[in-house]
Write a new protein. Structure first.
Length: 202
C-alpha cells in the first residue's frame, strides 16, 4: 500500500487562514490525551476571510480542520467508525466565517514508530533543548522520510512517533478524498523501505 503525507495546498493564494483553537493547548492535539478523543465542541477565530476549503490547519500547531464533505468521504473506514478512538471529528465553530458550513477538528490518536532510521535522514531536538524542551529527542526536521509498512498494519490515518506534525494517509483515503473533490489539500507520496528514495524538503 502507498502512503501520503497531507499538507494544506499553499498554491491557493486566497484561501482563508485560521487561528488556533481557543482555550486549548493546541500542541496536545498532535499527541492527544484520552480526554481529547471524547465528544467536545471547539471554537477558533478566522484570521483571514479568504476562500473556504475542505482541509486546512489551525494555528501554529497546524491542527487539521476539515469540512463535512471531507468527513463524509471517509465514512465506513474502521478508524473513523470506532467511537472515541483512532481518528475522531469534533465540531468546531469558526468565529467570523460566513456561510454556516459545518467544520470539524480532526484528532488523530493512532501513531506508529514506523520511520526506518537506517534509510531516513533527519535531525532531532537536543536533550533539554532551550526552545522546545518538551520535544527533547524528537525529530525536528525530515529530509528523506522512509516508512516501514510492516510496522503500520492496516491503518489508513496515523501520525509518526518522533515527528507528530506529519499526518499520513493511505492511498485508499487519498482516492476517497479525490473522488469527493475535496479542496485545500495536497499530497506528498512517502518513500517505503525497499523502494527508491524520494527526497522531501520540509
Amino acid at each position: 500500500m502507498k502512503y501520503f503525507r497531507v499538507h494544506p495546498d499553499v498554491s491557493m493564494r486566497e484561501r482563508w487562514i485560521l487561528g488556533g483553537i481557543r482555550y486549548s493547548e493546541n500542541w496536545e492535539f498532535l499527541d492527544p490525551y484520552v480526554e481529547c478523543m471524547e465528544p467536545c465542541r471547539y471554537a477558533l477565530d478566522l484570521h483571514f476571510d479568504g476562500v473556504a476549503v475542505d482541509f486546512t490547519v489551525a494555528g501554529s500547531a497546524s491542527v487539521p480542520i476539515v469540512s463535512a464533505r471531507f468527513c463524509d468521504a471517509l465514512a465506513g473506514l474502521p478508524e473513523i467508525e470506532e467511537l472515541y478512538r483512532n481518528t475522531v471529528m469534533e465540531p468546531v465553530s469558526i468565529e467570523g466565517a460566513s456561510g454556516g458550513a459545518q467544520y470539524f477538528v480532526m484528532i488523530v490518536e493512532s501513531k506508529f514508530d514506523c520511520i526506518d532510521g537506517a534509510s531516513s535522514k533527519f535531525t532531532r531536538f537536543a536533550i533539554n533543548d532551550p526552545w522546545r524542551p518538551s520535544l527533547s529527542e524528537e525529530n525536528s526536521s525530515e529530509f528523506n522520510l522512509v516508512l516501514d509498512a510492516s510496522r503500520i498494519g492496516d491503518k489508513h490515518i496515523f501520525r509518526l512517533v518522533g515527528y507528530p506534525h506529519a499526518l499520513i494517509v493511505s492511498e485508499e483515503v487519498k482516492a476517497r478524498l479525490e473522488r469527493a473533490e475535496v479542496t485545500g489539500i495536497a499530497y506528498e507520496e512517502m518513500s517505503m523501505v525497499g523502494e527508491e528514495l524520494t527526497v522531501h524538503t520540509l
